[in-house]
Design a protein. Structure first.
Ligand SMILES: [Zn+2]
Length: 439
């Protein structure tokens, strides 16, 4: 007797990510109420399920939706505004002055809409976000139907959004209260960085994160200068200082983690922290190369992030997957470092687990949300194809993404975005803010 399904997707290849290192051929995914109810051979699926809709992907590889473990979505409006500068000059001379003048809830909403559309069309279904005006970001993710964990940013200095650390946290927690329980939207505490947040605020954030049982999302050890400055000011490296403030734990996501010594790696390992590796941003700002192969060998959960579009300048996880794999190889002079299946795991299940969402997303398994990405390998630049996992890392790009589903809802169909806003409306936001930012 056949069972009902909303959707059955038949794919040439399926890489479920869990179990590891597996590529299934001629399998199908059955979906009901936004949830994966089965993963099985296509022959069996035809007899077992009566589907309302069937999608055939005869030359495609189906993978879990990609998880962007670090982004600043509204910075899509500042894409390319200041390139070829190191981090501190980039922040002080370009980014912070522009933000001081222009950031508003409208800026955040419209920038997040632009970034969300870009990410969805590129196969990204979840974004771990850090910026101002979290309620405006939530509106944007909700409108376009993307899963997000929105950081409640804290800084000591005033911006147009908030006056001091208490004000940032108060406003952030109010946004969380307003959106609490949304099926696609969760929240994290997001102290910006060790050099912009005081000990007392960090201690308060550690307590709040434990009370609310939510992640902490923070830039750490991005540049060598950050470590030197911390030693001069606090007599400790940043991670040692954070450990002393009880900030480190399995809910802590340290972004960048480029400049790490043995003791830093031991701290991350001991506290079961996660790392969000942002290879393109680190290369572009010349911050350095995070020791990803060593982090993984130490059992430290590592995911991938794009960072903001002002320091990347693409919100493209296929690019991050490729850069992560290539940088790991060249920096260790070991071509076996971060092989294809591992690279895909960084961008999917590792990110999900870092966010505390490992039981809901990040792999194609029964009971998980149907957050899925299909990549077409039918064009001549993707042929021949001996190993689809390797192709996803070294050959295919976001331009080959054909279908995207979030919780079983179609967001990209045959390469076209299926969103509440059309391309003309999205381009309008970019044009409007380019004019404002140019004046
Ligand atoms: Zn960042």
């Amino acid at each position: 007797m056949s069972q009902p399904a909303d959707l059955v997707i038949n794919a040439r290849w399926i890489i479920p990510v869990e179990p590891a290192d597996v590529t299934l051929e001629h399998h199908a995914v059955a979906i009901r109420n936004g949830t994966i109810i089965d993963l099985l051979p296509q022959d069996l699926a035809r007899t077992r399920y009566q589907a309302n809709r069937t999608v055939s992907l005869p030359d495609h590889v189906l993978i879990p939706g990609l998880i962007n473990l670090h982004a600043h979505c509204p910075m899509a409006l500042m894409r390319g505004i200041a390139d070829d500068l190191p981090l501190m000059r980039w922040l002080h001379e370009a980014i912070w002055p522009a933000e001081g003048k222009h950031v508003s809830s409208t800026f955040v909403r419209e920038g997040t809409l632009l970034a969300t559309a870009e990410m969805l069309r590129g196969g990204i279904t979840t974004c771990n976000e850090m910026y101002f005006h979290p309620a405006a970001a939530a509106e944007a993710f909700d409108l376009l139907g993307m899963r997000a964990v929105i950081g409640l940013t804290a800084l000591e200095f005033p911006t147009p959004y908030a006056s001091d650390a208490d004000d940032y946290l108060r406003k952030g927690l109010a946004a969380r209260d307003a959106w609490h329980g949304h099926p696609l939207i969760d929240f994290a505490l997001a102290p910006h960085a060790p050099y912009t947040v005081s000990d007392s605020t960090l201690a308060r954030i550690a307590t709040l994160a434990a009370e609310l049982d939510i992640p902490i999302h923070m830039h750490i050890h991005e540049t060598a200068q950050e470590v030197t400055d911390s030693l001069a000011q606090y007599g400790k490296r940043p991670l040692a200082r954070l450990a002393g403030l009880d900030l480190l734990g399995d809910n802590f996501i340290g972004v960048h983690a480029v400049h790490l010594d043995d003791a830093d790696i031991e701290l991350l390992q001991h506290h079961r922290c996660s790392v969000a590796h942002c290879p393109t941003s680190n290369m572009k700002l010349a911050s350095g190369i995070a020791p990803v192969a060593r982090l993984l060998a130490s059992g430290i959960r590592t995911g991938l992030g794009t960072d903001g579009a002002a320091s990347n300048n693409r919100l493209d996880l296929f690019q991050e997957i490729r850069h992560a794999s290539l940088l790991a190889k060249v920096s260790t002079l070991d071509a076996t470092a971060v092989p294809a299946h591992s690279a895909l795991r960084l961008a999917t299940l590792n990110g999900a687990q870092a966010l505390g969402l490992g039981d809901r997303i990040g792999s194609i398994e029964t009971g998980k949300a149907a957050d899925l990405c299909a990549v077409a390998l039918d064009s001549f630049e993707t042929r021949p194809c001996f190993n689809p996992a390797s192709h996803l890392v070294h050959v295919a790009g976001r331009e080959h993404v054909s279908h995207v589903w979030v919780a079983g809802e179609i967001r990209v169909d045959k390469g076209n975005a299926v969103l509440q806003l059309n391309d003309t409306e999205l381009l309008g936001f970019a044009a409007l803010w380019q004019t404002k930012l140019s004046n």
